[in-house]
Design a binder for this molecule. Structure first.
Ligand code: NAD
Ligand code: MG
Length: 402
């Protein structure tokens, strides 16, 4: 890369946000050492509540604008940044302002459907969107893709599986299958009885990746793979029956594409999010990074197994939602966000997550909510109504934490 790219990071204080700033710092240091212009210029950063982290990042990067979604910490953020040449925005609208500021690339790394409105603002102005926030795509579906296309921008997948597929997908129309790999999560070898008693601490302890709480729980239920199935269908225009899930506990192969001539192409690498992030930020060029190198001789062997749909019913729920289409994925995502939070708050047990999603989907269908999504108002309406149903489902369960 010889020209400086300007960059906005939505969700800068999270796991993906921090990894992004790491990639940016290394690329800029390498450019400085080589006497070249900066690789990346940070324009804007956002966070939800972590005003301290955001203030430090603003100082370290020289960002021109920072937005804090939760306005209650605004005074503290202002005090921490007094004397700095940085504009401060507060509240959900400020996240949209941050995304709307001109920049070449926007890293969409907010967690959940809360990231949809800012990501749409970036899409509408034609930014290159490095997309980590899979929930915003699952929630808005084709309408999100249309906003990107209408704005004249592109999506660069950051989710490691989709980034892998993006890297090995050729331009032919001879793709037989996309094969998403899954680590299987922390409960891959647990019995159904043990899983039923799993605590939030056990669920967030992922064997291979260090991630935010919500995606860690999603990895434990396999709903993460379910959301990724929907994400892959949207990003690569593939029908549900042409996307397979393969459990691969070592997380070395990040996904595969099988072609109709019998060839199967895969992308491999260390389980380090800085690799797909670096790819998405630099595309179509590549960066030099110090991410760990893959040592296949040391790893010795790679294992594969089919997912167990009995112990991990979330995957089937996501397949059903994808096959149904319309607002079914929106309902699935909203119910899952609520159920995961209830589990983290110890209001429901681990198996209740999939049960709440399932019952919310059924009730929403009975109420005729699973219609086509005509516009973004339909998305927000389905999201809100599903959350209300999920709250009732959560309330019906009298889980008492140990
Ligand atoms: P995280 O919880 O570590 O960070 C989330 C970020 O979003 C934080 O900056 C937080 O301040 C912000 N945020 C949270 N709630 C918000 C709200 N209501 N409004 C505005 N901002 C809010 O999450 P993460 O692990 O970095 O994941 C971010 C996204 O990337 C998720 O969609 C996740 O599925 C996806 N993803 C993450 C990884 C990973 O390795 N962590 C890998 C692939 C995809
Ligand atoms: Mg992933």
């Amino acid at each position: 890369m010889t020209q400086t790219k300007s960059l906005t990071i939505l969700g800068a204080t999270g796991s993906v946000g921090l990894a992004t700033l790491d990639v940016v710092a290394e690329a800029n240091e390498r450019a400085r050492a080589a006497g070249q212009p900066k690789a990346f210029e940070v324009v804007a950063l956002t966070a939800h509540q972590d005003w301290q982290g955001l203030a430090e990042q603003a100082k370290a990067t020289g960002a021109r604008f920072v937005a804090l979604g939760d306005p209650r910490h605004g005074d503290k953020l202002r005090a921490a940044l007094s004397g700095q040449a940085v504009e401060i925005g507060l509240g959900p609208e400020a996240l949209i302002d941050a995304a709307a500021l001109p920049s070449d690339v926007v890293m969409a790394a907010i967690v959940g459907a809360a990231g949809l409105a800012p990501a749409l603002a970036a899409a509408r102005r034609g930014a290159q969107i490095a997309l980590a926030n899979k929930e915003c795509l699952v929630c808005a579906g084709a309408l999100f893709l249309k906003a990107v296309a209408d704005g004249g921008g592109t999506i660069l997948p950051v989710d490691s599986e989709h980034n892998a597929i993006f890297q090995v997908l050729d331009r032919s129309d001879r793709v037989e299958k996309l094969i998403l790999t899954a680590s299987g999560g922390p409960f891959r070898t647990w019995t159904a009885e043990a899983i039923a008693a799993a605590t939030p601490e056990q669920a967030v302890a992922h064997p291979n990746w260090s991630m935010g709480q919500k995606i860690s729980v999603d990895s434990a239920t396999l709903m993460n793979k379910g959301l990724e199935l929907i994400e892959a269908a949207l990003l690569f225009g593939m029908p549900e029956h042409q996307i397979d899930v393969l459990v691969h506990p070592q997380s070395v192969i990040h996904s595969l594409v099988a072609y109709q001539d019998g060839s199967v192409l895969a992308q491999l690498g260390a389980a380090d999010m800085r690799i797909p992030i670096a790819h998405a930020l630099a595309w179509p060029a590549r960066l030099i990074t110090s991410s760990p190198r893959l040592d296949l001789a040391a790893i010795g062997k790679l294992d594969f197994e089919p997912p167990d749909l009995q112990r991990f019913p979330a995957l089937t729920l996501a397949r059903t939602a994808l096959a149904k289409g319309g607002s079914a994925p929106t309902i699935l995502n909203a119910a899952n966000e609520m159920a995961v939070q209830a589990f983290l708050d110890r209001n429901v047990g681990f198996p209740e997550i999939a049960a709440i999603v399932s019952e919310t989907m059924e009730e929403a269908c009975r109420l005729g909510m699973d219609a086509a999504l005509g516009d973004l108002d339909d998305v927000y309406a389905a999201d809100q109504a599903s959350r209300a149903i999920a709250v009732r489902q959560i309330g019906k369960r009298n889980f008492v934490s140990a």
